[in-house]
Ligand binder design. Structure first.
Ligand SMILES: [Zn+2]
Length: 411
């Protein structure tokens, strides 16, 4: 964040006090390492400040404005129509998902045993696209109950396009998708998230356009949301791979994936997972913040409360937040904590772009050497970016923690 030469989102709005820049706040609250100045700390959580953060944080999770409904409905329906079209594109489906088969358990009739049959990936993909079409059309009629967004632009800061919760059939999308839903970019985000809602097996394994995407295995692609983007993107003129046929294990150059490319793919994937967890930590802090301001406890049960507190203190130490330094029990989440977590999520998002491949032929193709090379590459990217906390060892500890807590931040 410092090296971008810009202020944090909370402090850079038109009516904000520009002197509350994070550098100033940090220097005041922590005059020397490990020492929290309680008086300065109280200043930063004075009632007017808290109101500002609360309003902003509260805006980070809200239903789309009524004025945006009609447009959003059109965007969802347009994305649905394209999902329906590509479901019938057998040639396209085969180019993306391959011509292999996968074993499927068939229950059969009441009096027969279940059996294993082989189903073509193309058939599965076709069914998934039809379900995606159905989900998008359904969402077009349930905007008020099933879709949420943020009008405080948090997602833009942390590079989050959206998320989807299969169990509740809930879709969260960044506000630019809500305000401008008919662009190819917005429709792509809607379709990607609808893929998660259509089938609980569809998760994220490799993002669109990142290393390892083209060469992914068939069994990965069929359950990877970003691979459902490709045919619609071709339709909308925003594909990076127009007209291409993907071959597992073969990279863009047409050559078999080298060990060095595998190392790069794994490192990029490591940072994808760490970034996802960092965004979730930011979400958790905002969630607990709202609970605190509303005078509610940290969880529904005392056990949940104790566990949440432990998790908050854990991330506070890892990310240099203020919680573990406070004398209050439970500690109060502050503007500084929320913005620091946001800047870390943003930073981890940037680091992924600094992953460099090893020169060809320098990594022996052994599980152990690949693992070691990935580890070196993780450090190298952090250093190339310029670090997150100003200490290489602590940076590594933090990103390892994030990577290891992928989809496991909430307790
Ligand atoms: Zn996804």
């Amino acid at each position: 964040m410092y090296r971008e030469g810009r202020l944090y989102s909370f402090t850079s709005s038109v009516d904000s006090d520009m002197t509350t820049d994070i550098d100033t706040a940090m220097a005041a609250i922590f005059p020397s390492p490990g020492y929290l100045d309680q008086a300065a700390f109280e200043r930063y959580i004075d009632p007017s400040d808290r109101k500002m953060v609360y309003e902003s944080v509260d805006d980070s999770y809200t239903t789309p404005d009524t004025k945006d409904h009609a447009k959003l409905k059109k965007g969802l329906e347009a994305a649905a129509a394209t999902a329906g079209t590509v479901a019938n594109d057998k040639t396209g489906l085969e180019a993306v998902f391959g011509n292999g088969k996968r074993p499927v358990l068939t229950m059969g009739k009441l009096w027969s045993f279940p059996s294993i049959t082989n189903e073509k990936y193309v058939t599965t993909a076709q069914q998934n696209y039809r379900t995606i079409q159905g989900r998008l059309n359904y969402l077009a009629t349930t905007i008020d109950t099933n879709i949420s967004t943020d009008y405080n632009l948090d997602s833009q800061e942390t590079f989050l396009g959206g998320w989807a919760a299969y169990d509740d059939q809930e879709l969260f999308i960044m506000s630019t998708v809500v305000s401008d839903p008919e662009t190819p970019r917005s429709k792509t985000i809607l379709l990607h998230e609808a893929a998660h809602l259509s089938n609980s097996d569809i998760k994220d394994y490799v993002y669109y356009g990142t290393s390892g995407y083209e060469s992914a295995e068939e069994e990965t692609k069929i359950n990877n949301a970003a691979h459902y983007e490709e045919l619609p993107r071709r339709d909308w003129g925003v594909s990076k791979y127009a007209g291409k046929t993907f071959t597992p294990g073969v990279s863009g150059s047409g050559k078999t994936t080298t060990t060095e490319e595998k190392v790069k793919n794994e490192t990029v994937n490591y940072y994808r997972m760490a970034w996802d967890a960092a965004v979730t930590v930011h979400d958790l802090l905002k969630y607990v913040y709202i609970q605190q301001v509303d005078g509610e406890s940290l969880g529904d049960t005392w056990l949940e409360e104790v566990k949440t507190l432990a998790r908050l203190l854990e991330v506070s130490q890892l990310m240099d937040l203020t919680l573990h330094e406070q004398s209050k029990v439970p500690p109060q989440i502050t503007l500084l904590d929320v913005t620091t977590a946001e800047s870390i999520a943003r930073g981890v998002g940037f680091v992924e772009g600094y992953v460099k491949p090893f020169p060809d032929g320098t990594v022996p193709d052994l599980a152990m050497t690949v693992r070691y090379a990935v580890s070196l590459s993780v450090d190298d990217a952090l250093a190339a970016y310029g670090g997150l906390l100003g200490d290489a060892a602590r940076d590594r500890k933090l990103v390892d923690w994030l990577h290891d807590h992928y989809k496991n931040v909430y307790v």
